[in-house]
Design a protein around this ligand. Structure first.
Ligand SMILES: [Zn+2]
Length: 409
């Protein structure tokens, strides 16, 4: 069993307020064995001198799409499944090399990709998955143009959602995704940007359909996450029992308070609207979609303040597509314009771990937790750029006790 002792650094546990000097961390096998403010004795561990750098937990992104290797989702869906899987593996590798040791996929990734990572067949972020997202006909997963009356593609790896209509069909689809290994269920409950025929204000699925998805998820001991922008759509989803509220750009205070009371949380994804606005068209986003970006982008920053004020907890999400995945770490600085830095860090560590069902196992530096660790050149709370630029200032990335990057001598 490999064993490593990290010394002479500053340890940033997000449960505290900032990095602490003089701490040592012992890793044995895949887990953190000991954390101490006194020298740790070990005869077998390899010592790693951090030279004053910051040791922190691996990051967690709670809203990604690893199968969206191309922003042109229609082309992405048409790829052979084998090619889409290899491309997804490449996207997962990119995320890991930015320091995201775990990601929650919100449409498309299947048990095969998650298992391939867990078995060590591919190097990438650990995956928490929902399988295919459920969408109504004409909803956010219906990528067909108005004049296209062909049957939708469903089973290929590059396809992110499946179309289901009616309570029984929703139940069946939820059961099929759970049977195939989904960790939770995703529904499209509001209009979206990347889909061609649904305006942002559109409510998607009936209340009965949403309740059916929630009941099926709860029967399996899990929850529903929903794609949502408008205040009306968010309120309806909360009333129907949805727990994980994705995006929430246009939420109002009263709904945010209701959501907080009901134990829901939000996953804002602001960076994707910034990048869709500046680069989307270049990467093949259609004109119908480009026209919808501004509606949701404008509300984004204000929504952060509203949710914080209401006590609605937020997890880190990026939601980037295709060629724009490289901006995954820029959500930190964007949020820190409005929110306290330590809360932004917690959204991508301790709180995101809770959302992923990994509380105490990921996002913390404590004995018994998975050894998912990063070394960065400086305190990210003072300079978010240490997390940016594809890990350029992140000399060490450890996942489950294994170095996937090690540039300290
Ligand atoms: Zn998304």
């Amino acid at each position: 069993m490999s064993s490593y002792l990290f010394t002479n650094g500053r340890v940033l546990d997000p449960r505290g307020e900032g990095p602490r000097d003089g701490m040592e961390v012992l890793v044995e096998g895949a887990v953190i064995r000991e954390v101490s403010d006194r020298p740790i004795r070990s005869d077998v561990a390899t010592r790693i001198d951090l030279g004053g750098r910051v040791l922190m937990p691996g990051l967690i992104d709670a809203h990604v799409h690893v199968v969206a290797a191309m922003a042109n989702l229609a082309a992405n869906a048409l790829q052979p499944s084998s090619l889409a899987a290899f491309r997804a593996a490449e996207v997962m590798r990119g995320m890991l090399m930015r320091g995201f040791t775990t990601v929650r996929d919100l449409a498309g990734a299947d048990r095969g990709l998650a298992d391939a990572q867990a078995l060590g067949l591919i190097t990438g972020s650990r995956l928490i998955i929902c399988g295919k997202a459920l969408s109504q006909t004409g909803g956010h997963s219906d990528g067909r143009a108005r004049s296209d009356d062909r049957a939708p593609l469903e089973s290929r790896v590059g396809v992110m959602g499946r179309l289901v209509d009616g309570v029984d069909a929703v139940r069946r689809a939820a059961r099929e995704e759970l049977r195939a290994g989904a960790d939770f269920i995703k529904v499209m409950a509001n209009g979206g940007v990347a889909s061609p025929t649904d305006p942002i204000h559109m409510l998607q699925f009936s209340r009965d359909e949403l309740r059916a998805a929630v009941e099926e998820a709860e029967n399996s001991g899990t929850y529903v996450a929903a794609h949502l922008y408008t205040d009306e759509a968010i309120r309806r989803a909360v009333e129907c029992g949805v727990v994980s509220l994705e995006h929430c750009n246009l939420i109002r205070p009263e709904t945010a308070r209701l959501a907080a009371e009901r134990g829901c949380y939000a996953v804002p994804t602001l960076i994707t609207y910034e990048k869709l606005a500046s680069e989307g068209a270049r990467w093949g986003l259609g004109p119908d979609s480009v026209a919808k970006i501004e509606t949701v982008r404008r509300g984004g920053m204000e929504s952060l303040a509203i949710m914080r004020e209401a006590g609605l907890e937020m997890a880190y999400g990026s939601d980037l597509l295709g060629e724009m995945h490289c901006y995954q770490s820029e959500e930190f600085a964007l949020r820190a314009r409005v929110l306290p830095g330590i809360e932004v860090l917690r959204s991508a560590t301790t709180f995101a771990a809770k959302v992923c069902g990994l509380e105490g196992r990921a996002g913390v530096i404590e004995p018994g937790a998975d050894a998912d660790l990063l070394v960065v050149e400086d305190n990210p709370l003072k300079d978010w750029s240490v997390l940016e630029n594809q890990g350029a200032r992140m000399p060490v990335i450890m996942q489950a006790g294994r170095f996937v990057k090690m540039q300290l001598s």
